[in-house]
Design a binder for this molecule. Sequence first.
Ligand SMILES: Cc1ncc(COP(=O)(O)O)c(C=O)c1O
Length: 432
Amino acid sequence: MSKINPLAEALNKDLQDGAPQIFDMLSTRGKSIYFPSKGILGQTAESKGAKINATIGTAFEEDGSPLALECMEAMVNVPSESFLYASSFGVQRLREEWGRLLAVKNPGLQGKTYSLPVVTAALTHALSVSGYMFVDSGDTMILPDLYWDNYDLVFSEAYGAEFSFYNTFSGGGYDVEAFSQALRANRAGKKIVLLNFPNNPTGYTVTEEEAKALTVSIRQAAEEGNQVVVLLDDAYFGLVYEEGIARESLFSHLVDLHPNVLAVKLDGPTKEDYVWGFRVGFMTFGFRGAGDKHLKALENKAAGIVRGNISNVPNLSQSILLKGYTAPEYSAQKKQKYEILSSRARKIRAVLEKHPEYAQSYEIMPFNSGYFMCVKPIGVTAEAVRKELLTNFDTGVIVLSGLIRLAFSSVPTDRIEELFENLHAAIQTLRR
Ligand SMILES: Cc1ncc(COP(=O)(O)O)c(C=O)c1O
């Protein structure tokens, strides 16, 4: 390993003092990374307010306001300060607001200790930063066999992770037993778990009971001496449509579960607030016994990775979000949009009830949340159905892991019946 920078050494020392198990969870890169607080950024921060400030590479008008083209400025209703760089940690007020909202959206987090969220360029980047921080080449990651296929690029291709899959469903619910077995297979040591609820591609979120059972299983693994990094991909957080389904992130359960469990919450407004192109996400850390300096060390490492990858996340997007979250209409409008997606999920249930004959063509996989649901075609391949739907029914769907994924998030409610009818007809045609 090349020589460790003294700034990284200082962060590592902070972790080793009281949380050596968390230090051990870091990858080699994670151990080496640091936030360059003494470089351009640190010197710029120290010079803030100086009469003559010739530090960072941004430009200012003669009057000291950000130098911006008026035609660009006229297009956005946010202060021209948002044309300047944001911090590599993210806009401080947005970090604080998201951190506050976490506890509002997850009442179980109230009074618990977790880091200030670090801003990433949306969820994919947050996942990638996690890979940098925790995954060494050859490390095993434990995930369900129905998963978002971009994990292949993010973790396997970029960081050399080996995936250990467990069966996703059993008897119409989450296969918690398979998860437990995968987690406790092999000898005790560092384990990296990736959980995603609501799930892409299935649209499944664990029930309250299953969430508890997953938590028990993770605690047992920790008690047996495993050091468990739990990455929570909460991209579709909040979009739960049925009763008895976990409404809170598993983060609420894991954040103070055991010193050997590091919970890393990856979330953001992309899907939650319907701003796919904004490219803003968050990464929040917590573990039982975490002290301020431990959490700060993790935040510094994450921000150092952001600095070395993309430098910082668009300030414009962050400024718009901050304004949105503090707008009086925000909650009501968000509820309204949730209702649109929720009513589509209800419509799907109604259509399937009305047409029991569709069960001859496809099996409905468990779903209760998110943007998607999956069906398993009977007697024909998913790919053949996809092509048939596109060629003869003017209908586009996705094939993943032998299933057909339907993004009901993008289908108007009055086209849902037709979508399921087309699926049935396409399969019947292929089987003839
Ligand atoms: C499970 C899951 N995680 C992460 C992402 C990526 O989100 P973002 O667009 O914020 O990078 C997606 C997007 O499809 C997703 O389905």
